[in-house]
Design a protein around this ligand. Structure first.
Ligand code: B12
Ligand code: SF4
Length: 648
């Protein structure tokens, strides 16, 4: 590649020994050096250069405005057949993409590559956009110089990111990759794992840590052809108070169904769950954006017609600025009539914070994600999730329902004491006793970057080497009581067990009685019931209208002959569509029946009954009484069978 960059008045080549792709010459550049370089390049590889020089550029010296183009791609990951999981519209936005986009936009505004160098950015989330590598290459070459950024790469997306990186490197383009897999591995492991080494061997540059305040350095290095193999910024966590706002252009946001955008109002978490990677990458000290910044983010998005947000803080209730932030949003909604809708993540103790839930609802929160994780205190203690107090779960859930907010709760399967029987029992208890709307299941997974992963790695315990499987939908290591087959079956059964027609009807009845938006509830029930069972993907990775492109297949998997692929895909499509149609019709019928019931609004059951005021405890708290540590402020109660033992 014969890149010629002008910096500080100079002009010099970078990586001139490699395949030439573009020549960049500046009007004021040293004419002698420029001419010499052009001659070298011409003789080196004239056949490569000539067809690629854009018509409006001239090999002999003059380019009106040098441009550095950055292509930002948030990679998806592969399904079990090796096809990229992508949709016409995805359902959740990528905040990592928004963050990095804005950081580069700031660099463009500040002209960090020199006063004459224009930085252009293109961004896409592969979950909702097909990446045409050849097209991206063409655009970057037409610009004259640039780089590919592989954004927010999680462990499960790492193999796909590597495959994309491999293709761009084959065209000689600079590639920089960042995200949780890289940050987590570098933060926790004593040596670089083989997959990160593979990226380095391909010439991909790795970025570990947060990029606020560091992006200009990366761009300058890449532009100078002097990028470092690894950028390591794990120990210096940037302040969030004045951080750049994560904002994506409308055209990128509208690829997400419902036009949801996102922002993080804070990073870091004070808790210590052993399966979590966040604390080891973003730290245990929480950092926050100011209410002014959040208001500015919302206004900037609203100016392009976007008013729905996923606030991606892992726990918005622990954001020290939650109240002034919500007050601002309430003002925007109530005074200025912004049609704000919020999706947030909170912990199970948030109901103890005075006014928190009420203000969330007034600020436009219509749904929350909760890390319920498990109802067995032994499992929660084992994972150091000491803050989850099961005897408060029902009160907390009822407090959200009182504000007509839907609850999505994550439930992890495969804690060391779990067995098929205890899991089945626990799901039945939840169905009967906890007023959760949507329950989603995950495998307990040693995610790279977590304490669990580090411990297994250091002890040499076998873990699945295929990072594509670290999507919380696969068993990636052994379990003390269940074989891999049993665990896999337990996961599949969990979805079936929770989303029975009878329980879906109960959830709808509870929803109508609590004034939860009927359409939103119905849509969520359809998606969460069907995504894993029909599409074979977790609902958090779901979208509308799955695309499977014949040629977008995993690196080592062969591209199937079209005569075999298209008939297979047609049958696959028809089968999946008919399953979806059946599910949609069934759930709509149930909802219509429930809504017709004249007594729908006064429906009540065990889960909806407030009890603590009357001094009662949940039956399920009694089931686990002997597992709750006495130090945890739990109500004192006899362990199951204790009364009988005492009588004997
Ligand atoms: C919001 C979120 C989602 C959203 C959106 C994803 C996104 N990345 O925005 C959704 C709901 C889609 C999602 C889904 C999943 N998620 Co998620 N998610 C998060 C969450 C809570 C916030 C992400 C975020 O915005 N972070 C803030 C950004 C700014 O940080 P960042 O991504 O690290 O980016 C910074 C740096 O890494 C760097 N950087 C990143 N890319 C690049 C590129 C370049 C070129 C450079 C220079 C720098 C750079 O700069 C950025 C700005 O500082 C994180 C936890 C967390 N606190 O981060 C989990 C997290 C990322 N998710 C996780 C997981 C496991 C999942 C799922 C697999 C779970 C599941 N089964 O559903 C799915 C997979 C989705 C898929 N399509 O494959 C794990 C990943 C752990 C790991 N080792 O990979 C995390 C860390 C949570 C955890 N449990 O530990 N998730
Ligand atoms: S799982 Fe949630 S509560 Fe636990 S440490 Fe991670 S972010 Fe914090």
């Amino acid at each position: 590649m014969a890149y010629v960059y002008r910096r500080n008045g100079g002009c010099w080549p970078a990586n001139i020994s490699r395949k030439p792709s573009q020549i960049f010459l500046d009007r004021e550049a040293n004419a002698g050096a420029a001419k010499a370089l052009v001659i070298v390049a011409k003789f080196q590889a004239i056949q490569h250069i000539l067809p690629r020089v854009p018509k409006h550029r001239c090999l002999w010296g003059v380019v009106a405005k040098p441009t550095f183009r950055v292509a930002l791609i948030k990679p998806s990951h592969y399904d079990q057949d090796g096809y990229v999981i992508q949709w016409l519209h995805s359902t959740l936005p990528s905040n990592s993409l928004a963050s990095v986009y804005s950081l580069i936009e700031q660099c463009a505004r500040e002209r960090v590559l020199g006063p004459d160098v224009k930085i252009e950015i293109e961004a896409c989330d592969e979950c909702n956009t097909v990446i045409d590598v050849a097209d991206v290459v063409k655009r970057l070459r037409a610009a004259g110089a640039g780089m590919v950024g592989l954004i927010g790469v999680q462990s499960n997306q790492y193999p796909r990111a590597l495959d994309l990186g491999r293709q761009f490197r084959a065209h000689g383009l600079p590639v920089v990759m960042g995200g949780f897999h890289i940050s987590g591995c570098i933060a926790m492991l004593p040596t670089l794992p083989a997959d990160l080494q593979e990226a380095l061997d391909l010439g991909i540059h790795l970025f570990a840590g947060e990029a606020e305040g560091r992006m200009a350095e990366v761009l300058r290095d890449v532009a100078a052809g002097a990028a470092k193999p690894i950028y390591k910024y794990l120990n210096e966590l940037p302040e969030m108070a004045a951080a750049v706002y994560p904002i994506l252009p409308r055209a990128v946001v509208t690829r997400v169904a419902g036009h949801y955008s996102s922002f993080d109002a804070g990073r870091g978490c004070p808790f210590q769950c052993s399966f979590c990677t966040i604390i080891n990458v973003q730290g245990r000290k929480s950092r926050y954006r100011t209410p002014d910044d959040v208001e500015a983010i919302v206004r900037a998005n609203a100016a392009q017609g976007i008013t729905r947000f996923f606030i991606t803080d892992d726990n918005f209730a622990r954001n020290r600025n939650w109240e002034p932030i919500l007050d601002r949003l309430i003002e925007l909604r109530e005074r200025e009539k912004f049609n704000i809708r919020l999706l947030i993540q909170v912990d199970t103790l948030c109901h103890r914070i005075p006014n928190f839930i009420e203000k969330c609802a007034r600020a436009g929160c219509t749904a929350i994600f909760l890390g319920l994780e498990n109802i067995n205190p032994e499992s929660l203690m084992g994972a150091k999730k000491r803050q989850n107090k099961i005897w408060e779960y029902r009160d907390m859930l009822l407090a959200w329902r009182a504000q007509h907010v839907m609850t999505y709760a994550g439930y992890i399967l495969g804690f060391p004491t779990d067995t098929p029987e205890t899991i089945a029992r626990d799901i039945e208890i939840i169905k009967k006793e906890l007023p959760i709307d949507i329950l989603e299941f995950f495998y307990l997974t040693p995610l790279p970057g977590s304490e669990d992963h580090k411990n297994l790695y250091l002890r040499g315990v076998p873990m699945d080497p295929d990072m594509n499987k670290y999507d919380l939908e696969h068993a990636c290591t052994g379990h003390p009581l269940m074989s891999k087959e049993t665990w896999t079956k337990v996961y599949a059964d969990a979805w079936k067990r929770y989303y029975t027609n009878a329980h879906v009807e109960t959830i709808m009845r509870r929803g109508i009685a609590s004034g939860i938006n009927r359409t939103k509830l119905l849509d969520s029930l359809i998606i969460f019931s069907g995504a894993a069972r029909i599409e074979g993907v977790h609902p958090l990775q779901f979208g509308f209208f799955r695309r499977k492109l014949r040629k977008q297949r995993r690196y080592f998997m062969p591209v199937v002959n079209p005569l075999l692929f298209y008939p297979w895909r047609t049958l696959d499509f028809l089968k999946i569509s008919s399953q979806w149609l059946g599910l949609i019709l069934r759930y709509r019928r149930i909802m219509a029946r429930v809504a017709r019931d004249p007594a729908a609004k006064s429906y009540a059951d065990e889960a909806l009954r407030p009890h603590t005021a009357a001094g009662e405890t949940d039956h399920f708290v009694e089931v686990f009484a002997d597992k709750i540590p006495h130090t945890h402020g739990a109500p004192v109660m006899p362990a199951p069978g204790a009364a009988q033992v005492a009588a004997e």
